[in-house]
Each structure stands twice: as C-alpha cells, then as structure tokens.
Design a protein around this ligand. Structure first.
Ligand code: ZN
Length: 206
C-alpha cells in the first residue's frame, strides 16, 4: 500500500495544485493518441527538480511515520520509497509529450509514447504484470490474497483498456483531477485491504 501511495505521489500533488488553480491543464480531444491531457504548466509537481524534492519528502515522511508508529524502518527502506516516488517521473518522461520541465517551466522534455497508442498500452500492461509477478513471488502470502492481487490486477487492466481505447468526451480539467483523486484513493484503499487478507494484524502497514 505504501508503494501505491509513493508511485502516485506526484500526481496527487499535481491534482491538488490543479484544483487550487496553481498548476494548469487543458483537456483536448485527440491531443495525443493515448491521452487528452495538455499539462502546459505543472512545474511544482512535475519538473525534474520538483520530482527530486518530492522524492526526498516522500522518503522523509515514510521514515517519520514509521518511527512514530514504532514500525522498524531502515535507511534503505526509506530510500526505496524515495526511488518509488521518483520512478513516476521516469515513466512520465517516457509517456508524456514534451511537457516535463527540468526546472521551473523551462527546458521541457518527454519522449511522447502517448503518441503511439498500442506500444504505450503494451508498456503499461507489461509493467503492471511485472509488478504483480514481483509482488506475488517476493512475498509469502495465503492463496486467497494471491487471488485478490490477481483480481485487482485484472480490474486495472480493464480500467486501462477503457481509458486507452473507449472513445469518450473530454472531461473538464477539474473533473479530470477530481477523477485522479477519487480513483487513486480507491486504489490505495483496495491495496490496504488486500494486504490485510490473511495477515492476523501482527504487522502495522504503511
Ligand atoms: Zn504524473
């Protein structure tokens, strides 16, 4: 669950700042083949420098919360949380058209995989599959939790198919970021309950 929050952290900040009117977003039908989002101003959540800062914040918050609740937290665990936060920027760099600033709102980069719908979809599903496989093989868990993890993965695939291939009217910028908040939080809640399955509350989880 901690990782679900960590990898979505930058988009949580982004969605919040767009709602507050600080960062800007245009939703344009057909802007890229795989996404309608024209994020023309998001320096505080999505510039490279901001991503590094937020990754440090993520690692620091993780370490602080861990020691508050008495959960053993090593330096390397905090580092991994920081890297998980930063991995979001790397994947955005691959997917986004040139809208990611290096600092402030200048020197924009982005490889634009969103312009190629099928390869982009294949990458998303491949990463999801690899993540689930890693989670299932690196953790000992009862069969029922394994089933729940696979079902959650299948649901995410369905959502991704809908998002990528089902034609729809563009939402407003506000609706888009509200949707980000609602769906991302839903994913965190689902991950929280999946981790609970069969783990007789002997561990506190973040
Ligand atoms: Zn992002």
């Amino acid at each position: 669950m901690g990782f679900v929050i960590a990898v979505q952290f930058l988009d949580y900040i982004w969605a919040t700042l767009v709602l507050l009117g600080i960062e800007k977003l245009r939703v344009i039908k057909g802007f890229t083949a795989g996404s309608m989002l024209d994020s023309y101003f998001h320096p505080y959540s999505h510039s490279l420098i901001a991503a590094v800062v937020w990754s440090c914040v993520g690692a620091f918050v993780y370490k602080t919360v861990c020691s508050r609740v008495g959960y053993p937290c090593t330096r390397s665990a905090a580092l991994i949380v920081g890297l998980a936060v930063f991995s979001h920027w790397i994947l955005d760099l691959v997917a986004h058209p040139r809208d990611l600033a290096i600092y402030d709102n200048t020197l924009k980069v982005g490889f634009g995989l969103w312009n190629y719908r099928d390869p982009e979809f294949a990458l998303e599903i491949g990463l999801l599959g690899a993540g689930i496989l890693l989670y299932l093989t690196r953790n000992v868990m009862p069969a029922i939790r394994k089933g729940a993890v696979i079902a959650f993965g299948a649901a995410l695939v369905v959502i991704q198919i809908g998002d990528t291939y089902v034609p729809r009217y563009p939402l407003t910028a506000r609706q888009t970021v509200m949707g980000v908040w609602i769906f991302y939080t839903l994913f965190v809640v689902v991950a929280f309950f999946i981790e609970k399955i069969g783990s007789r509350r002997q561990t506190k989880m973040l």
